[in-house]
Design a protein around this ligand. Structure first.
Ligand SMILES: [Zn+2]
Ligand SMILES: [Zn+2]
Ligand SMILES: [Zn+2]
Length: 125
């Protein structure tokens, strides 16, 4: 597999050659992590998280997608079936609750214990 930046053979690291095995933002070789298609160092990632949290408002209500209430990340897939559960954002690492709104449906059940026949018989009287 070659380096995804320059295309050269990359025997030392997966996806990157030695020259490009560094943070895409500040070029350091310390504390690197792959983030989608980026290679980024921990401190540059933390900086991006801080910027996103500063720019993002707050809790979100009744959206049609799950949005992290800390950083606004939308790449969250709801894998749990419960109405309310805890989630940890993979972008900023903060925890939050997901509450799924369940559509209202009405159920009606007969009370009184009389059968349809008994009821219609009563109407004829
Ligand atoms: Zn390269
Ligand atoms: Zn960096
Ligand atoms: Zn987040």
């Amino acid at each position: 597999m070659g380096c995804e930046v320059c295309g050269q053979d990359a025997p030392e690291h997966i996806w990157r050659c030695e020259k490009h095995f560094c943070c895409d933002v500040c070029r350091t070789k310390e504390d690197l992590l792959f983030w989608s298609s980026m290679l980024i160092c921990k401190s540059c990632h933390d900086k991006r998280v801080r910027q996103r949290i500063a720019a993002f408002d707050d809790d979100t209500y009744y959206r049609d997608e799950i949005i992290c209430p800390w950083c606004g990340d939308k790449s969250i897939s709801d894998c749990e079936g419960t109405v309310k559960h805890k989630h940890k954002c993979s972008f900023c690492g903060q925890k939050f609750d997901i509450t799924r709104k369940v559509d209202i449906a009405y159920t009606t059940t007969r009370t009184g214990g009389i059968t349809t026949d008994e009821f219609t018989a009563k109407l004829r009287e």
